[in-house]
Design a protein around this ligand. Structure first.
Ligand code: GDP
Ligand code: MG
Length: 351
């Protein structure tokens, strides 16, 4: 399962956010191969389509997609050089697929800031610089070895790889990120794989969350989303009714954030529905129909015959699979079909 790491300075609000997220968590037993420690939480991805479909077909159960969130202890200046628990944090960040920067913008003298001021822009710079310095260490360590091996000429791609390392180092030392260096589309697949394998921190997708105080003073900061983490946390214990009423006035920021992480991870949802369950399935963008079927059951990939696909809006408008078929809104798709978000699918599987 893909995971999102909460990364920020101490007291930015990471653990409060994590606790808020875990109020929506689902038991790990439901997810084989996931070993869970107290800093990991599997969180459902809100998706009203699952609920709407369930009502329409009278499904007994609703099953949502999920992603993992990890509370990573606060990063501090010079973490890359081992400051604080430096290298340990950095190794935790290596394990996640997406970095969610949690940046404090709210002013409150009662809550200590490690740098004794509230300055989200500088905080972001500190965080990104630590990640970048950790990446620079990695690359500077492997480069001499690669250059030495070049003489023995074992790997014919080694020359290209060295150039890539140098290009990335150039970006990093210019205060950029590894992800600023984009490989051309025509790049050898093996090189693309090798680069992924470097697992550089600043090559990972990054989203920025501003932890604001809705009713207080905040410092300006450009982020992907804003959330009053403490307020949301206090709301989490409200009755569902009270919460729903509040959500009618203010769109639920947490839902939006979870969905945005899911999308940024390159994930999409296809749906299945029947009397037993209405269910969201997670696929990676670009997956073809047999691979998507393989998510339901590994056997399904090989035994795939075809996929009967109805677009979610058509399904809702026509209110049933049967009507959708009659109105010609069901498409028969073969093994090259790239699954789309919102496809309601029935797979035909051979014996
Ligand atoms: N006023 C205010 N306090 C917050 C907010 N978010 C977190 N805090 C407080 O800041 C302190 C540190 O939060 P915590 O989540 O433990 O930060 P972490 O070190 O990043 O994990 C706690 O006392 C929180 O209650 C917020 O949005 N507003
Ligand atoms: Mg914490």
């Amino acid at each position: 399962m893909l995971s999102v790491g909460l990364v920020g300075l101490p007291n930015a609000g990471k653990s409060t956010l994590f606790n808020l997220l875990t109020k929506r968590s689902v038991p790990a037993e439901n997810f084989p191969f996931c070993t869970i420690d107290p800093h990991d939480g599997i969180v459902e991805v809100p998706d009203e389509r699952v609920h709407t479909l369930a009502k329409l077909v009278n499904a007994q159960k609703e099953v949502y997609a999920a992603i993992e969130f990890r509370d990573i202890a606060g990063l501090v200046k010079n973490a890359h050089a081992g400051e604080g628990l430096g290298n340990k944090f950095l190794s935790h960040i290596k394990e996640v697929d997406l970095i969610l920067l949690v940046v404090r913008t709210f002013k409150n003298d009662d809550i200590i800031h490690v740098e004794n001021r509230v300055n989200p822009i500088e905080d972001e710079e500190i965080l990104l610089l630590e990640l970048s310095l950790a990446d620079q260490n990695v690359l500077e360590n492997i480069l001499p070895r690669m250059e030495k091996d070049l003489k023995s000429n074992k790997d014919k791609l080694l020359g290209d790889k060295i150039q890539i390392v140098e290009q990335i180092l150039l970006r990093l030392s210019g205060l950029g990120l590894a992800s600023d260096f984009v490989l051309p589309d025509i790049t050898d697949k093996e090189i693309v794989k090798w680069r992924k394998g470097l697992n550089l921190l600043t090559d990972k997708p990054i989203l920025k969350l501003a932890n604001i105080n809705q009713d207080g003073e905040n410092v300006d900061y450009k982020s992907d989303f804003e959330l009053d983490i403490l307020l949301e946390f206090s709301m989490a214990d409200m009755t569902k009714e009270d919460r729903l009423e509040l959500e009618m006035v203010a769109e639920n920021g947490l839902d939006k954030m979870i969905k945005a992480c899911y999308q940024k991870l390159g994930l999409g949802t296809y749906l299945t529905c029947g009397e037993t369950e209405s269910r969201a399935w997670t696929f990676k963008q670009g997956m073809v129909a047999p691979q998507a079927a393989g998510i339901i059951h590994t056997d399904f990939e090989k035994k795939f015959i075809k996929a009967e696909v109805i677009k979610y809006p058509d399904f809702i408008e026509l209110e049933s699979r049967k009507n959708a078929i009659e109105k010609g809104k069901m498409r028969m798709e073969g093994k090259d079909y790239a699954i789309q978000d919102g496809d309601v699918i029935e797979f035909k599987i051979g014996g």
